[in-house]
Design a protein around this ligand. Sequence first.
Ligand code: 5GP
Length: 115
Amino acid sequence: MTEASIFTRILQGDIPAEIVAETDRVFVIRDINPKAPVHLLAIPKTGEYRDVTELAAGDPGLLAELVEVASDAAARFSDGDFRLVFNTGAGAGQTVFHVHAHVLAGGLSEASLGG
Ligand code: 5GP
């Protein structure tokens, strides 16, 4: 059996974190090391998908729900505009292999990607 991810342990209450939004299949917490004025993590409750490519292939409906929950959270905690980041693979900075979306919001217009 694979070890429970840090997010599963948070969901189970083994590691403290405030769940700021929740549906039957998705929950949202604040990132412990925020990289933006609003930095949330939207996470499927199931830990069976390591990254967004696995989630998209295995349960596209759950991916759509994750995006909807992320959008709702961005509207609640900021002005509704947000950046959604899925680090995918260690080389891209992924450290927790339980798929999660970084929801970055609040004063990001100056910090555009590229350009
Ligand atoms: P990744 O690097 O895998 O894309 O993102 C993992 C994120 O989880 C990081 O931004 C990190 O700060 C966050 N994180 C790691 N451990 C904890 C924790 O115990 N509590 C919370 N709230 N966030 C965590």
